[in-house]
Design a protein around this ligand. Structure first.
Ligand SMILES: C[S@@+](CC[C@H](N)C(=O)[O-])C[C@H]1O[C@@H](n2cnc3c(N)ncnc32)[C@H](O)[C@@H]1O
Length: 346
């Protein structure tokens, strides 16, 4: 038997590391270690856990370099655990917290076999309703989802600011813009630009509370609603960051069409999201994992630049700056092909 093949497969089948990581993050251990080392008894006392059980999880994470283990039974921070602290600006905690929306979606993925057999998302099978209805029913869950997206959006924002020629844009509508980390960065970089943040009502309200009073917030309208309905018509450019990939083609096409209708003739629609890599053994696994997760939790998918271009075409858009792909991202600028009918329906 090929030992290395055996070892690689065993590493791939790892059940416990992903869940031990989530549990330890949920317990706040990285925060407790932020100022330095602590022993297991102290960590167990402060997290309300059983020392011997907690120790087994900590040992496993230390073996992966998530925690330092300077002495037996004593743990400390590492570069990795710093990224799991609540206060870190790029904290991954909202992506791993077992009480949050993202981990709730991850748990639904235990039904992967059913998803492969039916081709349908399994979030509803796990929780009785599709993911967006689930979030709408629980403000705490929705806020945890928004917090996770905000971290990723903040990391993407400089790329979006640099990717497009904003000089010819007067007013940008960020559709499904979450709490507005990208839009705020664009407005900050372009002081003459006005903006509208459009998302679910609660998300937009949280955004307004967080940055509505800043200089860029005062140049921004905060509008709640559904992007399957008519969008505000005040902008000459619409921005969709990591939104289209949440939806199957028929829904994604409607969102793009709503954007085209909103900006009208002469307007532009800018799409930013991760590209599906070409089918080849050399493809990085990260986007492929995201592609499968999107299918299971949201019913969405990653698309190649040509697939996204074809979808835009069907929605009445023409991709003008065809799909620069940077670091796995598609950055697609489209113009509106023809006056779009407001009658198009979902
Ligand atoms: C994956 S997040 C991306 C958020 C943000 N653009 C970013 O890059 O972080 C998708 C966004 O779509 C929003 N969304 C989902 N369904 C929606 C709908 N029907 N109408 C408006 N927004 C919706 C969610 O609230 C969420 O903020």
């Amino acid at each position: 038997m090929d030992d290395s093949a055996f070892a690689r497969l065993l590493a791939l089948k790892d059940t416990m590391t992903p869940w031990a990581l989530r549990a330890v993050v949920t317990l706040g251990v990285p925060d407790l270690l932020a100022d330095g080392e602590a022993d297991v008894a102290e960590l167990a006392r402060r997290t309300g856990t059983v020392p011997e059980a907690l120790h087994r999880a900590l040992r496993l994470l230390a073996a992966h370099g998530v925690l330092a283990a300077p002495r037996p039974g004593v743990y400390g921070p590492t570069d990795l655990s710093r990224l799991l602290e609540s206060g870190h600006p790029m904290s991954l905690r909202p992506w791993l917290d077992l009480d949050g929306a993202v981990a709730r979606g991850d748990r639904a993925c235990v039904h992967v076999l059913e998803a492969l057999r039916t081709g349908r998302p399994v979030h509803e099978r796990a929780y009785g309703r599709p993911v967006w209805d689930d979030l709408a029913a629980d403000p705490g869950l929705a806020a945890s989802f928004d917090a996770a997206m905000e971290r990723r959006a903040a990391a993407l924002a400089p790329t979006v600011v640099a990717a497009f020629d904003w000089s010819s844009v007067r007013h940008v509508l960020d559709v499904g813009g979450g709490t507005g980390a990208v839009l705020a960065a664009v407005l900050r970089a372009r002081p003459a630009l006005r903006g509208t943040l459009f998302d679910r009502a609660a998300t937009v309200a949280a955004a307004r509370a967080a940055w509505g009073a800043t200089p860029e917030g005062r140049r921004c309208a905060f509008v709640g609603g559904s992007f399957f309905d008519a969008l505000p018509r005040t902008a000459d450019a619409a921005l969709l960051v990591n939104v289209v990939h949440d939806w199957p083609d028929e829904h994604a096409e409607v969102v793009l069409r709503r954007c085209a209708e909103a900006v009208g003739a002469g307007g532009r629609v800018l799409v930013v999201e991760y590209a599906r890599p070409d089918d080849s053994a050399a493809s990085p696994s990260g986007p492929l994992e995201l592609d499968l997760l999107l299918a299971l939790v949201y019913g969405g998918r990653l698309r190649r630049p040509d697939e996204l271009g074809a979808l835009a075409d069907r929605a009445g858009l023409e991709s003008t700056d065809v799909s620069a792909v940077t670091d796995g991202l598609i950055l697609m600028a489209c113009s509106v092909k023809e006056p779009c009918s407001r009658a198009a329906s979902r």
